[in-house]
Design a protein around this ligand. Structure first.
Ligand code: SF4
Length: 279
């Protein structure tokens, strides 16, 4: 068995930064909680919980003396206001790329323009961007949704940072036909594009493709979809215990990649287990 590990597999810059902030708080003895799970990875969230960092659903649940860590996905402006009103100290780990989208949509909507977000309406990052975009905001994840909407003549388009390029382009094509005065900002993160392109290359040459990451992670699932289109034997696993060993042969080339929310230690465990199973 030949094992190839993607160079871009695992934590992206924004997620690593958020995790480092959380561990820095622990080291400094600061009592803190995160607003929502810090990372879309159950194993890392559990690791944080055991280390003493729990997650809450709203600023109202933050205990006295606790600091609130905002995750890389970012939050809507109301959350900052609520934390301020309640006197809760905040550590803002919003990814700088996401914060730049917040500024972009706030500025555009301030000039009376509508904002169109291409992405998943229920994803926390998209919800937060919508929160900064004011009232004239549209969210589309499929070209059909664009056809059914009553769109204005002028709008700004931004993308969820982790959306697949092909999906963004197909939705955008539809929007272009409907909105004459359109400003397009492709805000797909470079970390996402690199990971997707690398996954395309790896899955095209591998016999078995393994994507490591949370089943609840949007970017991990998109990575898996990309791999499955090119490699029939693609698997999405969360931990080394889920390695589909019965589906792997000793002569296979196995490629490993991981979502932006997958910690390096989990990826390492999967690689070690594969090497132990197929020395
Ligand atoms: S995918 Fe990109 S934008 Fe999103 S958190 Fe990671 S580095 Fe930031």
């Amino acid at each position: 068995m030949k094992l190839v590990i993607g160079k871009h597999a695992g934590f992206c810059f924004g997620v690593r930064r958020a995790a480092e902030e959380a561990y820095r708080c622990l080291d400094a003895g600061i009592a803190c909680v995160t607003l929502g799970p810090l990372i879309h990875n159950p194993q890392e969230v559990e690791r944080l919980r055991q280390a003493g960092i729990a997650s809450v659903d709203s600023p109202a649940q933050v205990g006295s003396g606790e600091t609130l860590i905002l995750r890389s996905h970012g939050v809507a402006p109301e959350i900052y206001e609520e934390a301020r009103e309640r006197g809760i100290p905040v550590i803002d780990a919003t990814c700088p790329h996401v914060a730049a989208i917040h500024r972009l949509v706030r500025e555009y909507s301030g000039n009376q323009g509508a904002v169109i977000i291409v992405g998943e309406a229920d994803h926390p990052e998209v919800k937060a961007i919508a929160g900064w975009a004011g009232s004239a905001v549209f969210i589309f994840n499929e070209p059909e949704q664009v056809r059914e909407a009553n769109l204005p003549g002028r709008a700004l388009v931004v993308a969820q940072t982790t959306i697949r390029r092909e999906r963004f382009e197909s939705v955008l094509e539809e929007i272009r036909q409907r909105v004459p005065d359109l400003t397009v900002k492709n805000t797909i993160c470079a970390a996402t594009s690199q990971r997707q392109e690398e996954a395309e290359e790896l899955s095209a040459m591998a016999d078995v493709m393994i994507v490591v990451g949370g089943h609840n992670s949007s970017n991990t699932n998109k990575l898996y979809e990309t791999c499955r289109q090119r490699c029939r034997r693609s698997y999405l696993i969360e931990t080394a215990d889920e390695i589909p060993s019965e589906a792997i042969h000793e002569t296979d080339t196995v490629a490993l990649t991981a979502g932006a929310s997958t910690p390096q230690w989990l990826l390492g465990q999967v690689a070690d287990r594969l090497n132990a199973l197929f020395p």
